[in-house]
Every structure is written in C-alpha cells, then in structure tokens.
Design a binder for this molecule. Structure first.
Ligand code: PHE
Length: 333
C-alpha cells in the first residue's frame, strides 16, 4: 500500500471526526490492534530486506505523526466541547446566595470569656457550680444565719423542697475551699437568679466570682488585683473608688465604683458607676471551708457580667441581651 495515500486518508478522517467517539474510531482504525498501520507494520517482515528498512522507517514516522495528530485533534475537540457547555450554562451569578447566616457568640458570652481570659492568665482557675443550690452554699455557709435580714435583699426563687436558684456566684466560694487547698485562686462565672425585672434588672443575669485564699492576703492585694483587671478589661487606665459596704461573707466589705465618661449633647460628663462588690473573706466563711482563719486570709469579689458588657459595648437597656433579636446580636459578630 502506498504510504502517501494512507497519509492522505488518515488526514481526511481526522479532520472529518467532529466528536470524541468519531475520533476514537479513527484511532482504532489506524492504530488499534487490527488497525491499518498496525497491519502494515506486521507485514514488514515479508518484504525483501532492501525495501524493509526504508518502508519500516516511513511507517514508523507515519505512526508517530498519526498519534500526534489524533492527540491534537482530541485536545481541540475537548476544548470545543467545554466552550459549548459554558455557552449553555445558565448559572446566574448575580442571584442572592442561599444557605444559613453564620452565627456568632452572644455578647454576654464574649464578655464573660474576656474576663475569664484575664483572670486565667493571672493564674485563676475557672470553676463552675450548680445553678440549683442548697440554702447552705447560697446563704448559711456564707455567714447568713437563718432569719438574717440580708437574705431578704436577695429576692430568692425557692423550690418547694427548700432548694433555690442561686442568687449569686458566691456559692462557688465554699465549694472551692472544700475541694482545693490554699493557695487557692478561682473564678466562678455563671447564671444567677433574682426575682426582679426592669431596665437594669433581669430575673436571670450573670455574675463572675473571684476568690484568692492564701497566707497573708491583704486588702491591698484585692485593690491592686481589681485595678489591674479593670484596666486590662477596658484597655486603658481607669479610675476606681472603693466605697465601704456590707456583705455577710466579707469583712471589711466594699463596693467598687468606676469613673465613667458620658457624652451628652456634646458635653463630657463623668459619673461614678458601681461595678462590683468585694471584701476580705469573713473568718466564718473560711471556717465553712474548713480553713483556719488564724492561718489563712483571702479576698473575694463578685461582678455583674451584664453591667460590664453594657459599659464595654455602650448598651443602655439590659433587656436587649435577652430578646434574641438578630439585628441586635449580629452587631457583635
Ligand atoms: N455576692 C455579692 C452580690 O451578689 C457580691 C460579692 C461577691 C461581694 C464577693 C463580696 C464578695 O452582690
């Protein structure tokens, strides 16, 4: 067979093949096991030696060329196919996306974590306690004897069996002393409950208790710790005022006010805002925790997480935290 004739035929078949199956057929017809070129190569051995080498070289050259041409055409066809598909594709990329909005942390949890991180990095361990408590941990072990008038300040939710919803996180104090040895540095964050509801009070709110018990803990340690915490939390030097107060479980006791700048109608005003309660752990409370008050002393403080969050974010109504309005919450994402 005339090689130039086959070459011509082959070129025609390749250019006629207008889809991948047709091209595959051409490949089989010429290069397959029983393809024309394969057959010719097999017949080479029957040729006289003089013709064999020149014919063989020409056939091999043709085979290489054919393979290359078919591959090129395959590339072209697949490119054409893709172009056609892209033209057909009717995806409208201007349509609004669907799927869910990404959630985010509640601002109360963000602020709680922020406070926890500050104390954790100073070596305070986070401990948690139950929200349903006994009278013992909420009151009695904290030096509120039965009938003590301070109990009435707490507007407690009671269960019929005498248990209660903890009114403060100070319940963590004696629980911590029961399970840990001094030096003891803990924070106890969580939900607390009191029967109260208006723009600044919610029946459920969050507190964070802190306590340090060791030998020779002094009131100045408490002052320094709180000053440093408040500065770190707000990211600047803040002015604090310690005002003498009363809690059954601390002696002496203080309430801490923060000097807060308010901008009202262009004018800058300052105001003292109460942010936490604190004091030196009362000897009776150390005794509840099986510690000898002649050997150990400690300080404790309790702060309202909502109050800190309101100041931090500039929110003026506490109730916004509990309405779960996405428009409010998504601002803190
Ligand atoms: N438990 C007190 C309250 O809820 C706050 C407090 C905690 C005061 C620790 C002193 C020491 O108001």
């Amino acid at each position: 067979m005339d090689i130039s004739q086959i070459t011509k035929q082959l070129q025609e078949s390749i250019s006629k093949a207008d889809n991948e199956e047709a091209l595959q057929q051409v490949r089989t017809d010429y290069l397959g096991k029983k393809g024309q070129l394969t057959e010719l190569l097999k017949q080479l051995s029957r040729l006289p030696p003089t013709e064999r080498s020149s014919q063989g070289a020409a056939l091999n050259q043709l085979k290489i060329q054919a393979t290359q041409d078919i591959n090129n055409k395959a590339g072209l066809l697949s490119q054409q196919k893709m172009d056609a598909e892209l033209l057909q594709d009717t995806t409208d990329i201007s349509l609004p996306k669907y799927g869910r909005e990404r959630g985010s942390w509640h601002p109360i949890n963000t602020v709680r974590k922020r406070i926890e991180n500050i104390f954790n990095s100073a070596g305070y361990e986070t401990v948690l306690g139950p929200e349903i408590e006994t009278d013992y941990y909420n009151f009695e072990a904290l030096n509120f004897p039965p009938q003590h008038p301070a109990r009435s300040l707490h507007d407690t939710f009671y269960f019929s069996d005498g248990r209660l919803l903890r009114t403060h996180t100070s319940t963590g104090q004696v629980r911590a002393m029961e399970t840990k040895e001094p030096p003891l540095a803990i924070i106890c964050p969580g939900k607390t409950y009191r029967c109260d509801y208006d723009a600044t009070h919610s029946p459920m709110f969050h507190q964070l208790e802190g306590m340090l018990v060791d030998k020779d803990v002094k009131f100045t340690d408490l002052k320094g710790t709180l000053q440093q915490f408040i500065n770190t939390f707000f990211g600047r030097e803040m002015q604090l005022r310690f005002r003498a107060s009363y809690f059954p479980f601390t002696e002496p006791s203080a309430e801490v006010d923060l000097l807060w700048e308010i901008k009202s109608s262009g004018k800058k005003e300052t105001k003292w805002l109460e942010v936490l309660g604190c004091g030196m752990v009362h000897p009776n409370v150390l005794k509840s925790g099986n510690l000898d008050p002649t050997k150990y002393s400690g300080f404790a403080f309790g702060l309202g997480i909502e109050r800190m969050a309101m100041l931090y974010y500039g929110i003026d109504d506490l109730r916004l935290f509990y309405e779960n309005d996405i428009r409010f919450l998504s601002q803190f994402a």
